[in-house]
Write a protein that binds this ligand. Structure first.
Ligand code: C2E
Ligand code: MG
Ligand code: MG
Ligand code: MG
Length: 278
């Protein structure tokens, strides 16, 4: 069985999780039960981070990011509960809720903007489930949305279990008009060779390459390379984690189409995103 790591935020040790049931006692049982209660009592929320057209400055979409808020108002960060939920399988019901919620929210966003997309993060576990494609398409239909308004974000880990299955599934989604992007691009280990085989239409360059793009010429060179390659492959590019005006300007000069980051906006509740669109 595949091993997944989870790095607990703010601590230096790694926890090892196995996906199989017999090893699930390695998971922090308290956290797992607590998360189950959050799913059951609808204590999860989606926050939205705007995605910006770097040329025009307009909001063209938003990424849905899961939030788990405790009764005292504090948040447990996704980096802490998502890997745990992937290890226990709880990511499945949590994500079903998230896709449903995202479609509901998208409906409201589209009342303000005709062209607006919402992107949802997927985990490898969902991708290997039977009927996953049908389920997503059905949810889109139920909410009277068009497939073009939903975007699914994948990480390279999706390809690790069964890449043939993953490629076929990505193809089905693309043929149906659903946008597919590779998240955290550049942080995986086989970035270039598999990209050719992947029918995705967008790359999201990881924050690690954006952070020092102004001061480190090697990082700028990497981003230039990714942009040139994406152009050849007809893919859109989003730069993640833009925190300064200088980074935004440099990326625009380099021809990067889209950006996302604290410089533009932090993830926020739907009501606030709706106000941004007024
Ligand atoms: P991600 O999909 O790469 O999401 C981007 C993360 O970067 C978000 O963290 C966002 O708040 C953060 N970020 C955005 N702009 C900046 C910036 O300018 N500076 C810095 N330092 N950070 C920035 P968040 O919300 O904590 O999410 C962390 C990860 O958790 C996500 O990374 C994604 O992998 C996972 N995740 C979140 N929601 C879901 C979900 O619904 N399903 C699944 N499967 N994974 C999720
Ligand atoms: Mg993402
Ligand atoms: Mg990302
Ligand atoms: Mg990330």
């Amino acid at each position: 069985t595949a091993m997944t790591f989870a790095k607990r935020q703010g601590r230096n040790h790694l926890h090892f999780f196995k996906r199989s049931e017999e090893n699930s006692q390695r998971v922090d049982v308290h956290l797992r039960n607590h998360f189950q209660q959050a799913i059951d009592n609808e204590k999860l929320a989606l926050y939205y981070q705007p995605i910006i057209d770097l040329q025009s400055g307009a909001i063209v979409g938003a990424e849905a990011l899961m939030r788990w808020q405790l009764d005292d108002g504090s948040f447990i960060p996704p980096d802490e509960f998502i890997p745990m939920a992937e290890a226990t399988g709880q990511i499945i019901p949590a994500s079903e809720w998230a896709i449903e919620q995202a479609c509901q929210d998208l409906k409201l966003l589209l009342e303000k903007r005709e062209h607006m997309s919402v992107s949802v993060n997927l985990s490898a576990l969902q991708f290997s489930r039977a009927n996953f494609f049908e389920q997503i398409i059905e949810t889109i239909k139920t909410h009277k949305l068009s497939n073009e308004n939903l975007e699914l974000e994948l990480t390279e880990s999706i390809l690790m279990d069964d890449s043939n299955h993953a490629i076929k599934l990505i193809e089905r989604f693309r043929n149906a008009g659903v946008a597919m992007s590779i998240d955290d691009f550049g942080t995986g280990f086989s970035s270039l060779s598999y990209l050719k085989k992947l029918p995705v239409n967008k790359l999201k360059i990881d924050r690690a390459f954006i952070q020092d793009i102004v001061s480190k010429s090697s990082d700028e060179a990497i981003v230039r390379g990714i942009l040139a390659m994406a152009r050849q492959l007809n893919m859109d590019v989003v730069a993640e984690g833009i925190e300064t005006a200088e980074q935004a300007i440099r990326l625009t000069e380099l021809g990067c189409g889209y950006g996302q980051g604290y410089y533009f906006a932090k993830p926020k509740p739907l009501t606030e995103l709706l106000k941004d669109l007024d």
